[in-house]
Ligand binder design. Sequence first.
Ligand code: ADP
Ligand code: ADP
Length: 224
Amino acid sequence: RALLEATNLRKSFGPTPALDGAGLSVRAGEVVAVMGPSGSGKSTLLHCLAGILQPDSGTVRYRDAELSSMPDAQRSELRRTDFGFVFQFGQLVPELSCLENVALPLRLGGIKRRAAESRAREWLERLEVTGVADKRPGETSGGQGQRVAVARALVTGPSVVFADEPTGALDSLNGERVMQLLTAAARETNAAVVLVTHEARVAAYSDREVVVRDGKSREVEPAR
Ligand code: ADP
Ligand code: ADP
């Protein structure tokens, strides 16, 4: 049974719909790649699945709850407790150290500084970037910064990780390493991953692929 399931989503920002009946489901521990050309609706689909954006119609069910019928405050709380996010770039707070960035979601959840930073340090170790703990994000390489971002997305133990072009700003070697570390950590913690990418090499880390085109989605059988 799906952990998170979107059905028949429609969303328009203008005359042409961004989503025109798209859907997607993901099970616990499963990595699903969302592929498709630029402008096809991938990010809009991800934002609807994550409860960041309300679709015009259609349903998004997470466990036994329907996201669109939740009050905003409850949906925000659910995002904080159950979801993790990795974006292409610009997601770390520049004024904080990398360690403080990873500890931040725990601090926002009311965990005291020492405990939060100790758990954050463990995640920096798992992502093999303890060396940047005391640096600010601007002082790291792109690959290091994305590993810190992955640590921050996973530190709260989310059930679903949303990754929108997480390797888009990286060279292929660093991109592959980030994907290895992200998917290994997700599998260990049984987190589902919804991975938006236009790179086949990145999608190869998924269990399943869904292609979005003109706001419609379809499953593809990968040749592997
Ligand atoms: P993708 O992620 O596949 O590149 P998007 O979901 O970002 O596609 O965009 C799908 C379509 O919706 C595009 O035509 C895009 O311009 C439009 N769109 C997305 N977000 C917005 C927004 N906030 N306001 C207006 N148009 C948007
Ligand atoms: P694209 O896939 O087109 O590059 P981006 O990843 O840059 O899209 O994000 C585009 C949209 O996602 C923007 O409308 C932005 O408001 C929203 N967004 C990005 N990060 C967050 C976040 N952490 N929380 C909520 N919305 C976000």
